[in-house]
Design a protein around this ligand. Sequence first.
Ligand code: TXA
Ligand code: MG
Length: 334
Amino acid sequence: MTKTITKIFKIDDNTLDYAKNLILNEDLVAFPTETVYGLGALATSDVAVIKTFQVKGRPQDNPLIVHVHKDYDLSLLCEIEHDYVYSLIKAFMPGPLTLVLKSKGSVSSFVTCGLDTIAVRMPSHKGCQQFLKYLDLPISAPSANISKHTSPVTAEHVYNDFNGKIDLILDGGKCEGGIESTVLDVTKEIPVILRRGLITANMIKKVVGCCQDANDYVDGKVRSPGMKYTHYVPKCQTALFSRNNLKKAQELYDEYLKNGKIPCFLCDNALENSLIGKKLLLGNNAKEVASNLYYMLHLAESVCDILIAIEVNTGDDIDLSVMNRLSKACKKID
Ligand code: TXA
Ligand code: MG
């Protein structure tokens, strides 16, 4: 079998034309968004969507988000049952918010895994909007990483996971947001956060007046299929400590160093002077920390044997979203 050569192209008219041909041919194209890179497929094609699950090694019961450009007519995909949804669209779209709405069944049933709801998102990334507008089609896309691995925030991260497996990666630089969109169920009277992200419960409350910030599990039942799986794990050893256990974190660091291994800390900048040794610093505020989180987890794979992460606390409620990812990516110690 001939191996696919994976190309990385910057976004312009020629490459968009090439990307469109691949998508219409039911092949996969990775593309940038403001959160993380996505692995795009024609959402109406069973063949293309099934390829997404196969290439990623994704569990069959974890539905995909459908991406559309900002002028796309959402009524082609879903029903809007509550008026507050219009206010949310006005306030946050395009942007890092995914809405779960009642599906009209117009995309492949493999996208929604047979659910009667559909997750819809309008990314704000300029290159992504160009790509979606050029296609003018609904594009299903999970994060462009092999299942369980850390999500990609550069074209190179996508290449490292999918070299030889997909034809094209559209390169739109480093994703600014850095963690996946907030997934919000808007099929009920009150919006319910299924996955935390950069659009926080407080921001939604300011627009709608209410918002339930769901835990991953409620009454032993998982709220969103994706939340029950392992996620975001880097290919090095990891250990996660709370902020009041810096001493233990330092002891672990020193022990690894003594045994000839390369340890490295991962923390926000406020802890820079509280730990002694090699550090990957996440930033000074919540947005910087979110933006750098996956980038640093990827970097850790090539610079250390064990990543010793410290709980993030910048005082912003985005910290909750960051900790949702960090606590899944790293082995919690104390
Ligand atoms: O920022 C993002 O959301 C990125 C970029 C590429 O857009 N995409 C992303 O996709 O993170 P993925 O597949 O890694 O995560 C999609 C999440 C999963 O937790 C999945 O269970 C949930 O959305 N989801 C999708 N459709 C759903 C539905 N109908 N009901 C409930 N949850 C749904
Ligand atoms: Mg993902």
